[in-house]
Write a protein that binds this ligand. Structure first.
Ligand code: SF4
Ligand code: ZN
Length: 349
């Protein structure tokens, strides 16, 4: 059976069905719709004002690659300028190849690129050194727990170095839904309250952050990369399989199979929870060591580094509510740069 006509241009044959709406579109119309939706997210949410210097957190993976590409397309209309900022966590056999992908993107798209390294920022600590230090602790998820906190700090530092006014990251709707689930599973009302919305306004001197792809599904991010023929890195980090996030991901797949709207429902539930005053965490103060936003005497990054430097990393990892964010590896779910996109195939293709 031949593929149906594209429901938008009515000229080309459809190449996919949009996972959420079921609309049959050709690749060109799908990419245009995807870009228009990201533009709407940015404009309606007033995420990036005209004149903003935007640091794009670039990992070489599909999400940040798609984000950088879409924002580059939209930059003239938004009147913003872009600067790629990549973080070298110091993960042997993984990050070097991912950084090579970021360098290729920067060269191809003629975007400035700055790389900041954990080793340089955090007194010689690389993620491999952290992993060695935490080995045998019985808390295998601690690698991503450390990494999530340190990467956030590193990205902020890189963004400041390039004079950015805003930071954007490539988290998509599935990443956000996983984070909401993780917070539910931990009973973390404070983080649930903070997790809503499309970003943070930049409290306590931190740069405003936002996630322009937060309402885009992972499947559509992969489809966009496929139809735009984007070159990205799709290997999984060596520490990823042990992350707690993997359990949330599996759970989310089951929920989605039973209820296709589960991903967006979770993202929106976090927005609604953010409105509940009782769940709001106390107003943040400043870290006594580095001045960053902190709800205790030391910020999360300084507390972790303190524990590492004392040779007692476990002390720096709290439990449950008092614990640290575990970022895990959002956006590394077996995506394939050159393989078939994860779409619902149109019968007869
Ligand atoms: Fe860091 Fe991601 Fe690797 Fe975890 S999976 S250690 S968060 S790069
Ligand atoms: Zn600090």
């Amino acid at each position: 059976m031949p593929a149906p006509q594209c429901a938008s241009c009515r000229k080309a044959r459809a190449a996919l069905r949009r996972p959420r709406s079921g609309q049959a579109l050709c690749g060109t119309c799908f990419c245009a719709a995807f870009e228009a939706e990201v533009l709407h997210t940015v404009v309606a949410g007033r995420l990036l004002p005209p004149g903003a210097v935007v640091a794009v957190g670039a990992s070489g993976g599909k999400d940040s690659t798609v984000l950088a590409h879409v924002l580059r397309e939209l930059a003239p209309r938004l009147a913003i300028s872009l600067h790629l900022v990549a973080v070298d966590e110091g993960i042997g056999g993984y990050r070097d190849a991912a950084l090579a992908a970021v360098r290729r993107q920067a060269a191809r798209w003629e975007l400035p690129l700055t790389v900041v390294a954990y080793a340089e920022l955090f007194g010689g600590w690389t993620m491999d050194a952290v992993a060695r230090s935490t080995a045998g602790s019985g808390r295998s998820r601690s690698c991503c727990t450390f990494c999530g906190v340190l990467r956030r700090r590193a990205l902020e530092e890189g963004a400041r170095r390039v004079g950015a006014t805003h930071v954007v990251t490539g988290h998509n709707a599935d990443d956000m839904a996983e984070t909401v689930l993780m917070n539910f599973l931990r009973g973390d009302a404070g983080r649930l309250a903070r997790g809503g919305g499309l970003g943070s306004p930049g409290e306590g001197g931190a740069l405003p952050r936002c996630r322009p792809l937060q309402l885009a599904s992972q499947k559509e991010v992969v489809l966009y990369a496929h139809f735009r023929r984007l070159d990205y890195f799709s290997e999984e980090c060596v520490y990823a399989p042990e992350a707690f996030r993997g359990h949330a991901r599996e759970l989310l797949k089951l929920l989605e199979a039973a209820r296709p709207s589960a991903v967006l429902d979770l993202v929106h539930s976090a927005e609604r929870l953010a409105l509940a005053p009782a769940a709001r965490p106390p107003p943040p103060g400043a870290c006594s060591r580095c001045g960053a936003l902190a709800s205790r005497a030391l910020c999360q990054a300084c507390a972790l580094l303190d524990g590492l430097n004392r040779g007692r990393p476990r002390l720096a990892i709290g439990k449950g509510r008092g614990g640290l964010d575990e970022e895990g590896p959002p956006g590394r779910r077996g995506s394939q740069p050159s393989g078939p996109p994860a779409s619902e195939p149109i019968p007869g293709f």
